[in-house]
Design a protein around this ligand. Sequence first.
Ligand code: NDP
Ligand code: MG
Length: 392
Amino acid sequence: MTSIQGEGRRTRVAILGCTGSIGTQALDVCRQHADKLQVVALSAHSRTSDLVRYAREFKVSYVGVTDESHTDDPVLQELPQGCELVSGPHAAVELARMDACDVVLVAIVGAAGLEASHAVLSGDRRLALANKESLVVGGDLLMPLAAPGQLLPVDSEHGAIFQCLTGEDPREAHCIWLTCSGGPFFGRTAKELECVTRHDALAHPTWNMGAKITIDSATLMNKGLERIEAMHLFGMGLDRINVLIQRESKIHSMVEFVDGSVIAHLGASDMRIPIQYAFTYPERWDTPAPRVDFRKLGKLSFDAPDMEAFRCLKLAEIAGELRGTMPCVLNAANEVAVDAFLHDRLGFNGIAAVVQTCMDAHDRCDVVSLEQLRDVDAWARERAERAICLMA
Ligand code: NDP
Ligand code: MG
């Protein structure tokens, strides 16, 4: 599988998680290129008013609502004529299985996206994958399903690495430099992180994202998850995936080859670029994203991450090295802990403490099935909740 363009018709796009930060930016890409991209299916979890508005604007054929408490929202009566509504927890997976599209963007947040990603790769449609948790939790199940060129990473660093490796022999890659903005708390000690608030943590210096990934960026768990994501996508051990703080977020990542040459991917900090490329690969189309004027940039700075202060990065490394079901536990515990932090039930450093408690209590197994991952995920969530209650 290489290009999905051509054949005299528009590329048919499904966007799962269309109401979020990535979803709405993907809709913007489709708006910009309405002559070449046709939105055919959309899913939302709870924001049904937005879903209906987008369904009407793009005249989509299918919509899904995954949150059962929103499947009867009166606004759903206003869906365009002929638009089919799929409701319930499996709605996103049902849309992911549809033949009537060419590319599915999984922009759902959290492990909830895993089964939809799995469903896309089980068919022959392209998977534009923003949902990194799919690979963190289920990379061992997903990667063997992916045909060459079928899985296009949307995560900006992984999109960058994918492009640095294009046309290269992956066996000649020596290591990856996975860049990281450092988040809002760059330079702080563990002690100084003790009393940071939700408000402080939500103020990311460069990217405007959903709440969960914004907190993950503040704890650096996001970078830990991304190392595991890169390990699966590019078939490299974690010891060859180095995290590099790049405060300006202009270098999106780099690949160093065996001869010492380093290929970097640079550009604006605008998620519409990697989203669009995942739709258009191997073509490049224009975007309204701001350009970088390197004459005005002044400097690019580099730092090593502090794994002591940002304990989540270390925990993700341990989980990624152990592999099997441990990353599933890391991820589920983190989701619960981040939610508790966002609701003022847990302090900032408590996030790593909860994740560690769950990892310590887990006996790692090899990953064998989605059902097994569902059980491990549920166990870790329950264990994390208990740990949070004990810490209160
Ligand atoms: P948001 O929180 O902004 O959006 C999440 C989307 O998922 C919403 O459409 C939401 O629906 C839907 N959703 C939430 N829970 C569920 C569920 N249980 N089942 C199905 N759908 C659900 O997140 P982001 O857009 O920021 O992130 C999406 C994914 O992309 C994450 O995995 C993130 O790590 C990744 N990513 C994001 C980047 C960014 O810049 N934002 C950059 C790189 C990767 P509703 O709103 O209707 O409730
Ligand atoms: Mg990223």
